[in-house]
Design a binder for this molecule. Structure first.
Ligand code: SF4
Length: 294
């Protein structure tokens, strides 16, 4: 969160809009990159202002969506029948006041065909007391409506030290209320690019019923080169987690391909060779074996 002088020396790889979201904005504040999902940027405000934020061009700076903008985004969702899932993000979905969040959930229910709404938030780390009885009431009231889309909460923890007692209580309250928690972690040089730290984080999250979902390579946002772990080092670090962590505890390591080309899994490949009859696969402990092609 603390600005550093290194940010003032941009890399030639930096991009103002690393994920090409502006060119994929199908309606105001609505990014439609993948056929069945859409990203609703419901507020530019955030619980945290991460120096590595992929949307630092906008987050905390505005403009904020107006009710008219949100109505236009909702109209697009209603008209595009291929969309089954909406990720409400920003900024931070839980910056929205309870009444605004309840109204937005009602509008999303009214779309009529959504399977899932994901709420992306950094609040569980930065302001876990946001998870109040009133907020849980809003979420439960949504889930009580017949046919309502399932709710998932997308949290953002990068280090086990962010898992305060309050954060742990907030995760438990959400899961107990019927809202599964999935966690995203950004791999950050000098912060969490350490095998023991990541293992501790992912084990603790799993124990708390917050499923480690994605480990992100840091995007090419301006001034973030100092945070980026060289990709080969990141793959080796991720590879060292396999075999140590169960499938439940290990997130998928992803890189968002610059220019809006989408996420790709970047774990080290298990495929290390092949011949006419078999592929050669390397197991999690490093030994290789042949597996028949047919
Ligand atoms: S929590 Fe997410 S949206 Fe908010 S500043 Fe950090 S990276 Fe950006």
């Amino acid at each position: 969160m603390v600005p550093r002088g290194a940010e003032l020396a941009p890399s030639s790889w930096d991009r103002r809009d690393p994920l090409g979201e502006e060119q994929l904005e199908a309606a105001p504040f609505l990014v439609h990159r993948y056929p069945d999902r859409a990203l609703l940027l419901a507020t530019d405000r955030c619980a945290s202002y991460c120096r590595f934020c992929t949307r630092k061009r906008w987050v905390g700076q505005g403009p904020s969506p107006t009710p008219t903008d949100l109505d236009a985004a909702l109209a697009y969702l209603a008209a595009h029948h291929e969309i089954r899932e909406v990720i409400v993000s920003g900024g931070d979905a839980l910056v929205l006041a309870d009444d605004k969040l309840a109204a937005l959930l009602a509008q999303l229910r009214a779309v009529g065909r959504l399977d899932v709404v994901r709420l992306a938030t950094r609040m569980l780390a930065f302001a876990p007391t946001r998870v109040t009885a009133a907020l849980l009431g809003v979420l439960r009231a949504h889930l009580d409506v017949a046919g309502a889309p399932a709710l998932y909460l997308l949290s953002h923890f990068n280090h086990p030290r962010e898992l305060s007692a309050e954060a742990r209580a907030a995760i438990a309250a959400l899961v107990d209320a019927g809202v599964p928690v999935l966690n995203q972690t950004v791999l950050l040089r000098g912060v969490n690019d350490d095998r023991a730290v990541l293992i501790e984080l992912f084990r603790a999250l799993t124990r708390l019923r917050a499923r480690p979902y994605y480990l992100h390579q840091c995007d090419l946002a301006p001034g973030t080169e100092a945070f980026r772990v060289p990709i080969a080092d990141a793959q080796a670090l991720y590879g060292s987690l396999r075999g140590e962590l169960s499938g439940l505890s290990i997130p998928t390591f992803v890189v968002d391909v610059p220019g809006g080309l989408g996420k790709v899994a970047m774990g080290p490949s298990a495929l290390v060779g092949e011949d006419d009859d078999a592929v050669v696969l390397r197991g999690s402990r490093g030994q290789a074996a042949r597996y028949p092609k047919r």
